[in-house]
Design a protein around this ligand. Structure first.
Ligand SMILES: [Zn+2]
Length: 190
């Protein structure tokens, strides 16, 4: 009886973790190659939101974009991978970027170790933030906050840590709304 009970919970746990990431387009799906660098390992305590910073067309092929970004990151920047852990495109599709266990990279001066980096594609100084992007941003943030026990006071944006416009005007405006604030409060209360 005890074995059955344990098996049931093992099954339930694995089912949950699979279901939790049904929304995710993983690295293999967009054609990523692996980069495993032990010295980049870190422990997540923060969730930090970025914008892409360049105009991103709604119809742009994000699979292709990520492959190019990965090549550029490795060849030009000498990073181990794309700089962000989660990438949200204009349709709200969520892609797995750098494996979460490896700290990200930045062109600015803050230390990204300990930060789970989410980038919402677009330049939000100029482009509108789309509803599908907001929905997906909540999905990823909710997942990370629970998975890594990140409290809402540690869910911030790039410009809270460095001299930058990132994540841009429109996204910053959204993150200051009551809607986002009550979403964050909801995370705390669960
Ligand atoms: Zn940024």
């Amino acid at each position: 009886m005890k074995i059955t009970f344990t098996l049931f919970f093992t099954l339930l746990t694995s089912l949950n973790s699979t279901m939790a990431q049904e929304w995710l387009i993983n690295r293999a799906e967009w054609g990523s190659t692996d980069s495993l660098v032990e010295s980049y390992k870190h422990t997540i305590s923060y969730i930090t939101i970025h914008h892409g910073g360049e105009i991103y067309e709604d119809e742009k092929d994000t699979y292709e974009y990520l492959k190019n970004l990965q090549t550029w990151s490795r060849n030009d920047r000498k990073w181990i991978d794309v700089p962000y852990h989660y990438i949200i495109d204009r349709k709200g599709k969520i892609f797995e970027g750098r494996p979460l266990e490896y700290k990200g990279d930045t062109n600015t001066t803050y230390d990204p170790s300990g930060h789970a980096l989410i980038v919402v594609l677009g330049n939000f100084e100029e482009q509108e933030l789309l509803q599908d992007q907001i929905t997906s941003l909540k999905v990823v943030t909710d997942f990370l906050a629970k998975e890594k026990s990140v409290t809402s006071d540690k869910i911030k944006t790039h410009k809270d840590y460095a001299e930058t416009l990132c994540p841009g005007k429109k996204l910053t405006e959204y993150l200051n709304t009551n809607e986002w604030q009550s979403f964050l409060n909801g995370l705390e209360n669960e």
